[in-house]
Design a protein around this ligand. Structure first.
Ligand code: 7PM
Length: 269
C-alpha cells in the first residue's frame, strides 16, 4: 500500500576496529556523529547495526553487539531521531527497544527463537527481510525455482506469524533482501518482481545501496557506486518500494524529491 512520498532509511554501521578499550567509545562516537549527519541530510530514520548481519560475516557475540549498538541507539533516539536496529538477536531487540528504537530490522525475518515474542510485546515497527541460509553461507550457489514467488511466500508467511503473535499489520514492513543469497540475476528478477511483493499489502523496503550487483552492472568499486545506487533506489520506488535503505542519504533524498515531483504524485497516496 503506497501512501505518500518514499521514505529514506540511512545506514549507520557501528564498527569494532578498536585496538584499545578507548576504541569502543570512539566507535560509538563516530556512529552517533554519522547518524546525526544522515538525519540532517533528510533520512526519515537511521538503521543502526553492529555488523553481525553482513554477508560473509561471522556471528558477533551478544555482549559485543550490545556494547556497540546500545549507546548509539540511545543517544540518537534521545535526540529525536527515529532509529531502527539491525539485529537478529532477541536480546538486542529488547534492549534497543527499551533504549528508544522505533523499528527492528531483522535480516533473518524474526526466525530466532523468541524474536517474534520480543517485538510483539513492544510497540516497535518491524522490517522482515528474506535471506536464503545464513550470512556465512548464503552466497554459495543460491538456487531458486522462482525467486520472486519464493521470496514473496516467505515474507507473507513471516508477516502472518508476526500478526498471529499480535503485531499489527500497520507495524510490518517487508524486504526482499537484495544480495542475501541472491545472484545478480536473482536481484534483477526481484527488482522486476517488486510489484508482486508490494501486492502482499505491506510497505516494501529495498536495500541495494553500494551492493555487488551495482558493482557488477557499473564495473565500479564500492567507493564509486553512488550514482548506480541512486538509480537503483529510483527504480525500486518506481516498482513499488515505500522505503529505501541507503548509505548516501543526501544524494538519494534529492533524487527522490525530483522523482516525486515529476512522477510520484501521479499515483498519489
Ligand atoms: C556487506 C555487504 C556489508 C552487505 C553490508 C551489507 C540490508 C539490511 C544489510 C537490506 C535490510 C548493507 C548490507 N542489507 N537490512 N542489512 N535490507 N532490511 O549493504 O537490504 O548494509 S547489510
Amino acid at each position: 500500500m503506497k501512501t505518500g512520498r518514499p521514505r529514506v532509511m540511512g545506514i549507520v554501521n557501528v564498527t569494532a576496529d578498536s585496538f584499545s578499550d578507548g576504541g569502543q567509545f570512539l566507535d560509538a562516537r563516530a556512529a552517533i556523529a554519522h547518524g546525526r549527519l544522515l538525519a540532517h541530510e533528510g533520512a526519515d530514520l537511521v538503521d543502526v547495526g553492529g555488523e553481525s548481519t553482513r554477508p560473509g560475516a561471522t556471528a558477533v557475540a551478544l555482549e559485543e553487539e550490545l556494547r556497540r549498538v546500545l549507546p548509539v541507539v540511545e543517544t540518537l533516539a534521545r535526540e529525536g531521531i527515529a532509529v531502527s536496529v539491525d539485529t537478529m538477536k532477541p536480546e538486542v531487540m529488547r534492549a534497543a527497544i527499551a533504549a528508544g528504537a522505533a523499528m527492528v530490522n531483522d535480516v533473518s525475518g524474526f526466525r530466532a527463537p523468541g524474536a517474534i515474542e520480543t517485538v510483539a510485546s513492544s510497540k516497535a515497527a518491524v522490517c522482515v527481510m528474506h535471506m536464503k541460509g545464513t550470512p556465512e553461507t548464503m552466497q554459495a550457489e543460491p538456487f531458486y525455482d522462482d525467486v520472486v514467488r519464493e521470496v514473496a511466500a516467505f515474507l507473507a508467511e513471516r508477516a502472518r506469524a508476526l500478526e498471529g503473535a499480535g503485531v499489527a499489520k500497520e507495524r510490518i514492513v517487508v524486504d526482499p533482501g537484495f544480495g542475501f543469497g541472491k545472484t545478480r540475476a536473482h536481484n534483477i528478477q526481484l527488482m522486476r518482481g517488486l510489484p508482486a511483493i508490494a501486492a502482499l499489502g505491506y510497505p516494501v523496503l529495498a536495500g541495494l545501496s553500494r551492493k555487488r550487483t551495482i558493482g557488477d552492472i557499473t564495473g565500479r568499486p564500492v567507493s564509486e557506486r553512488v550514482a548506480g545506487s541512486v538509480a537503483a533506489a529510483l527504480v525500486a520506488v518506481q516498482n513499488g518500494a515505500s522505503m529505501v535503505r541507503v548509505h548516501d542519504v543526501k544524494e538519494t533524498v534529492d533524487a527522490l524529491k525530483v522523482w516525486w515531483e515529476f512522477e510520484g504524485e501521479k499515483r498519489g497516496p
